[in-house]
Each structure stands twice: as structure tokens, then as C-alpha cells.
Design a protein. Structure first.
Length: 119
């Protein structure tokens, strides 16, 4: 059974940084398409960053929402079976619950981690 667990959220001032972690069990992050999504209050969940599995390219192809390009970096640690989201130069509009996604025959989600950026 695939399980996903996010961690690393918190309260940070604008301009600060956070690193989110996504621990996965029951499957390998190396072979799956992985993504980070966020959901702000009153808004739909949106894709923030994604990385393809090794079947596409060994290191993975990354993709980012325009709003986070140049500030966020998604990465994968195959040995730890984890995916990370490094978030720099945070803005108040980055506030939301961040979810890790494993895309297989269906989508698997974690419980989310809250990120709050104060102005």
C-alpha cells in the first residue's frame, strides 16, 4: 500500500525559505511521476512543481508553475525514497496547504503540510 507523508511546513516571513519533505512508502519515488500541489483558502488545489519518473529520463524532467519558477526547486532522493520542495524568496501568496502526490494507476496524496508566509 502506498503511503505519503509531508513535513516541513511552518510560519515564515516574506523573503524566507522552507524545505518541504515527502516520505513515500510502498513504491519507489524513482519510477513514479511525483508532484507538489498547494491549496490556498477558498481556492482549488494547484500544481506547484513536478518531476517525472526515471522511465522518462533518469534524472527526471521538472516542471514548475509560472508563479514559482526561479524560487522553488523540486528534487528526488532515491536512497531516502523521498521528494523535496525547496522554497526560497517566499511570498504571502505562497500560503496554503502543500500536498505531495504520487501518480501511478491512481493518485496518492499525503495529509498535507501548512505553509504560512507573513508579510
Amino acid at each position: 500500500q502506498v503511503q505519503v507523508a509531508e513535513s516541513g511546513g511552518g510560519l515564515v516571513q516574506a523573503g524566507g525559505s522552507l524545505r518541504l519533505s515527502c516520505a513515500v512508502s510502498g513504491t519507489s519515488v524513482r519510477i513514479n511521476n511525483m508532484g507538489w500541489y498547494r491549496q490556498a483558502p477558498g481556492k482549488q488545489r494547484e500544481l506547484v512543481a513536478a518531476i517525472t519518473g526515471a522511465a522518462v529520463l533518469s534524472g527526471g524532467i521538472t516542471n514548475y508553475a509560472d508563479s514559482v519558477k526561479g524560487r522553488f526547486t523540486i528534487s528526488r532522493d532515491n536512497a531516502q525514497n523521498a521528494v523535496y520542495l525547496q522554497m526560497n524568496s517566499l511570498k504571502p501568496e505562497d500560503t496554503g496547504v502543500y500536498y505531495c502526490n504520487v501518480r501511478r494507476e491512481r493518485d496518492y496524496w499525503g495529509q498535507g503540510t501548512q505553509v504560512t508566509v507573513s508579510s
